[in-house]
Design a protein around this ligand. Structure first.
Ligand SMILES: Cc1cc2nc3c(=O)[nH]c(=O)nc-3n(C[C@H](O)[C@H](O)[C@H](O)COP(=O)(O)OP(=O)(O)OC[C@H]3O[C@@H](n4cnc5c(N)ncnc54)[C@H](O)[C@@H]3O)c2cc1C
Length: 402
């Protein structure tokens, strides 16, 4: 097999695979993806897979809406089956957070998201069993979707292969090879691969590779604990939609017939050292205290789930930046070396938007203007990206709009 390519993508998650697909669709001839483990083994196969436009930043909202469109049109475009669950997204917040939630709605609406405030009766019709409280406010985005992340990642893999991308797994890249200020390729333990362009899509594992060249980026691995809760045997409760209940700081989506996928949304991931981990060595399940706490919160948001029970749990790592926004850039001083990482828990939905722009940049050598704000220099100049309303840490907890 040829060990040369026009572009080498390091990392077989959604970011790397969608970028490889986009590169081929732009006409780049030889695109090679090197994955150290199996495709989807990183965050991509373990995400919640929720794609919603109701977020506190207009560009991020646009990213996620493009993600919805990509997934929604995927089967028609590539002829590959992909289950996209079009269940809608429901946000619940307490009345004291009204101004923040309304600001989110305004930002997302401007970005083109169909999201509206609904009353309690409508919310309870959409999601029977939701804890009612006259003081709550509700946003509903009918277009919110979720996918099972591993099959979705593999569907993108199939589309990429169909388009001519070569993907090699069990192929950890050890070193980036440069010469005279240009990238020349990458080395694995046993092989040397050459290309004039290399794209790093290695999320929390970027640092060891960067360190081989004396670089460091502000991306920290932060552990997230997730749990699947079972509906009690005596109940016919069903979760009908993707639900974020900021009153309890939990997000949930349906999983199979009688399970709920549950995650916590906390604030200030980057500044919290306690959950920092070595991404290759950390506990793979949720702790008992986390499960207990989630269960209490779940029963508060959805009273029928008081009697539910935990089915299984896992832990995974987010690649978090100080402003919880991605870093999309190329290395100054090393021509041809690009990277996209630091998705801070939201990179599944934004991958198609980001991949499209990064592929254009790698192909044409000119950065699309809309990604300028995501360049790494912002951390040196202190000009971090501001989310559209009050930062979560001023709220003393999770942002009331996710
Ligand atoms: C619990 C959880 C829930 C989430 N839920 C959502 C959600 O609902 N919606 C959403 O939009 N986002 C969500 N995310 C975030 C989303 O999953 C990630 O942002 C996204 O999957 C990142 O994709 P990626 O391809 O950049 O990284 P990854 O999927 O982590 O892929 C990186 C790949 O690089 C490989 N790699 C690393 N080092 C090397 C090397 N040296 N050589 C070769 N290969 C290498 C890894 O094995 C890995 O497969 C969630 C994340 C977590 C952890």
């Amino acid at each position: 097999m040829a060990s040369t390519a026009d572009v080498i993508v390091v990392g077989g998650g959604v970011t790397g695979l969608t970028a490889a697909l986009q590169l081929r669709e732009r006409g780049v001839r030889e695109v090679l993806v090197l994955e150290r483990h199996t495709v989807g083994a990183g965050q991509s196969g373990r995400a919640a897979g929720v794609v919603r436009g109701t977020v506190r930043h207009d560009v991020v909202s646009q990213m996620q809406l493009e993600g919805q469109e990509f997934l929604g049109n995927f089967t028609e475009k590539y002829g590959i089956p992909l289950d996209v669950h079009r269940v809608g997204y429901l946000l619940v917040a307490s009345r004291e957070h009204r101004s923040y939630v309304q600001a989110t709605r305004a930002v997302a609406s401007r970005a083109g998201c169909n999201v509206r405030e609904i009353d309690e009766a409508t919310a309870l019709t959409l999601q029977p069993g939701l804890a009612d409280s006259p003081s709550a406010i509700y946003l509903h985005e009918p277009g919110g979707v979720y996918v099972d992340p591993m099959p979705a990642t593999h569907a993108i893999l199939l589309a990429a292969r169909q388009a001519g991308v070569r993907v090699i797994d069990d192929c950890p890249v050890r070193t980036l090879r440069t010469e005279k200020g240009k990238i020349r390729g990458v080395d694995t333990e046993s092989e040397r691969y050459s290309a004039p362009v290399v794209f790093l899509a290695t999320s929390v594992w970027a640092q060891p590779l960067l360190a081989t060249m004396g670089w460091e980026l502000p991306v920290r691995p932060h552990v997230a604990e997730m749990a699947f809760f079972h509906v009690p045997a005596s109940s016919d409760f069903r979760l009908n939609c993707v639900l974020f209940d900021s009153r309890v700081g939990l997000y949930m989506r349906p999983e199979e017939q009688r399970l709920l996928f549950v995650g916590r949304r906390e604030s200030d991931y980057y500044g919290t050292d306690k959950d920092l981990v070595d991404p290759d060595c950390y506990r793979q399940t949720a702790t008992h205290s986390a499960i207990k706490e989630m269960h209490v919160r779940l029963g508060t948001a959805l009273p029928p789930m008081h009697a539910g029970f935990v089915h299984r749990t896992y832990a995974c790592t987010y690649d978090v930046t100080p402003d919880e926004m991605p870093i999309l850039d190329r290395f100054c001083g090393t021509e041809g070396l690009y990277f996209a990482l630091g998705f801070s828990g939201g990179g599944f939905s934004s991958a198609p938007w980001i991949a499209k722009r990064m592929a254009a940049w790698m192909d044409l050598g000119v950065s699309p203007p809309e990604i300028e704000m995501f360049r790494a220099a912002r951390f040196n100049t202190g000009q971090l990206i501001r989310w559209a309303n009050t930062p979560a840490d001023e709220m003393g907890g999770a942002a009331p709009d996710g």
